[in-house]
Design a protein around this ligand. Structure first.
Ligand code: ADP
Length: 599
């Protein structure tokens, strides 16, 4: 691209050139006209002088007296500072103010002489061989009775005119130069006046391009520049409004995208990230601002997602896929990919929406495990019952002792089934009530509930010679569902008795802080290894399955406790040391709230 010149340097030289050409033309024409005028003047002056001498010469021509003519020429010529020559029609010079006529050659061929013979006068400017200088000659005929007697020729050197003309030309040139200088300065001022507002408009346009719309444009009297200024102002205003609208819309979209819990990734046809919201960046552990413009392979190091993006770009139909992230525990994402189109419906990329379905998947797994556990728990007693029934039918019924023994075993398994079903029903009821917010909490005394639970467990405690100690202030009250809470304490006390050795002590104590009431059930039993503690409150989780079954446990007791405390807005915790005993503590809020999700 050729280098662009400033408008000033395009306008100014043109102005200057036009001015100089005009000046030169005027100077040339003026000096030509002056020279012409001077020559005309000189010619008529010479003609007038010739007419002046005409009469005096005539006297000496008829009769012809050459000496007198010559003398007269010399006398008048000296006085008039003019060369006067008298030439006979034959061309012979008979008098000359500056030369001896005898030495002068025939003048018949001189143009002024020839014209004078035929017309009223003849003029000629040429080099005089006699005087060796440029001369102007004017000849007029001296007539008598329309008969030409001679031609009187007056002449002066032309270089006098040339010198005078040169002087005038020098003056004109000096004046022209001064005018040219003035014109140059004026042209510069005029050019600047034209270009300055254009330059200011250019600067304004550059400011607009930078996003600075506060810049003021010049106010001009010129219709074109004023109009341009106005048009630019309008354009800037509209541009400003549109940019503001775009920024506002972008901010709104960004706010919507970043508030979404779903991950959103938009990619172009080359799989470069157009936009990625905070949730998506968080899922893949990257920075959303750095992701923009980079390829999805660079940004997200997950081959399943990369493949999913490629599929979404190549497929015209929406696509769906589950993506597992295993960076920090397992995270399950459900991805939906659709084609991203511009306003004209042309595909410009793909939009990926990612839902974190980890919780749903976990719940599904819990349910699957639960069904498997329930089936497994129920299958064992049913298989046993079926086996013994078949044995009885095969003849064992006839042996009273065997029949009695087998029926006792069957009864034990039926009790076990009943206990499992009862616990499952209790669990499901608490879950349902909590979900539907049907757990009705009424103010009640903690001590009453614990005492009822101790009463329920008394028989088994006495059987194992285990003492139960209670320490609870009489006035400790909280909002509660008394039967449910009693069930929870019964389970905890039952476990404490079950897993304690004979002759032990179980201590139940209730204390309170500003926010909560804490009821602890402490035993001196076998205790629990640390690795089991995090899973202890899961359904069917048992440390020692055989022992639990032998003791008539269902594996659901602590899960029920957990759900009951949660339904009261509290929680349950455990501390234990193998061989030394366990402490279960139920934390209930002093201002209970039943709005808790149960798992
Ligand atoms: P279970 O019906 O088997 O007792 P729970 O849900 O009540 O089921 O308890 C789960 C497991 O926690 C028990 O199998 C047992 O191993 C352990 N456990 C519960 N309470 C105690 C305790 N006080 N001392 C030692 N182990 C306990």
């Amino acid at each position: 691209m050729p280098k662009k010149r400033r408008l000033l340097w395009q306008l100014y030289p043109s102005y200057l050139l036009i001015t100089l050409i005009s000046l030169l033309a005027v100077t040339w024409y003026a000096s030509k006209s002056l020279r012409h005028f001077f020559l005309e003047q000189t010619a008529s002056d010479l003609e007038a002088r010739a007419h002046l001498v005409e009469k005096q010469i005539l006297k000496h021509l008829n009769p012809l007296d050459e000496k007198d003519v010559d003398l007269l020429c010399k006398t008048i010529g000296t006085r008039a500072s003019t060369r006067i020559t008298i030439i006979l029609p034959s061309g012979k010079v008979i008098g000359d103010s500056q030369e001896d006529p005898a030495r002068m050659d025939n003048h018949a061929d001189r143009p002024e002489f020839m014209r004078a013979l035929t017309g009223p006068s003849g003029t000629s400017s040429r080099y005089s061989r006699t005087l060796k200088k440029n001369m102007m000659y004017v000849g007029i005929p001296i007539k008598k009775n329309s008969h030409t007697l001679a031609v009187v020729r007056t002449s002066i050197p032309v270089n006098a005119i040339d010198v005078a003309l040169k002087n005038i030309q020098i003056k004109i040139a000096v004046a022209g130069l001064i005018i040219a200088l003035f014109a140059a300065v004026l042209s510069l001022i005029v050019s600047r006046r034209i270009t300055r507002p254009i330059e200011e408009i250019k600067k304004g346009a550059e400011s607009f391009a930078r996003g600075d719309f506060e810049c003021r444009l010049p106010v001009s009297n010129s219709e074109e520049i004023g109009g341009l200024s106005e048009a630019m102002k309008k354009m800037a205003l509209q541009l400003h409004e549109r940019i503001n609208t775009i920024i506002r819309q972008r901010n709104e979209i960004e706010a919507v995208l970043s508030s979404m819990v779903e991950g959103v990734i938009a990619v172009d046809m080359e799989e470069r990230v157009i936009s990625m919201n905070r949730a998506a960046a968080h899922m893949f552990g990257c920075n959303p601002s750095e992701a923009q413009g980079r390829s999805i392979q660079e940004v997200v190091r997950n081959t399943v997602l990369q493949q999913f993006v490629t599929n979404a770009l190549s497929s015209q139909e929406p696509v769906e896929k589950d993506i597992v992230l295993a960076s920090d525990g397992e995270q399950f994402l459900n991805g939906h990919g659709t084609v991203l189109q511009d306003a004209d419906g042309k595909q410009i990329g793909a939009l990926i929406v990612l839902n974190d379905v980890t919780r749903i998947r976990e719940l599904e797994k819990i349910r699957r495990d639960f069904v498997a556990n329930v089936s497994h728990e129920i299958k064992t007693p049913i298989t046993a019952i079926k086996g013994f029934v078949e044995t009885l039918r095969d003849g064992a019924v006839k042996n009273i002792d065997d029949a009695e023994r087998f029926l006792t075993i069957i009864e034990k398994h039926v009790d076990r089934l009943e206990a499992i079903i009862e616990d499952l029903l209790t669990l499901s009821r608490i879950e349902q009530e909590a979900k539907r917010e049907e757990v009705v909490l009424a103010e009640g005394r903690i001590k009453d509930v614990i005492e009822s639970a101790i009463q329920v467990c008394e028989v088994s405690a006495v059987a194992k010679k285990i003492g139960i100690e209670l320490s609870c202030p009489d006035d400790m009250v909280t909002k509660m569902d008394a039967p449910l809470l009693e069930q929870a304490f019964t389970n905890l006390l039952g476990n404490a008795i079950k897993y304690s050795d004979e002759g032990g002590v179980v201590r139940v104590a209730a204390t309170q802080t500003d926010n909560e009431i804490i009821i602890t059930v402490r035993d001196q039993g076998c205790g629990i290894e640390k690795k089991h503690l995090p899973r202890l409150f899961e359904r069917f989780y048992r440390v020692d399955k055989a022992r639990s079954r032998q003791l008539g446990g269902t594996g659901l007791g602590l899960a029920i406790v957990k759900h009951i405390t949660q339904a009261h807005g509290g929680n349950v915790a455990v501390e234990s040391q193998p061989g030394k005993g366990s402490t279960f503590s139920v934390h209930l809020p002093r201002t209970p709230c039943s709005d808790h999700a149960l798992t």
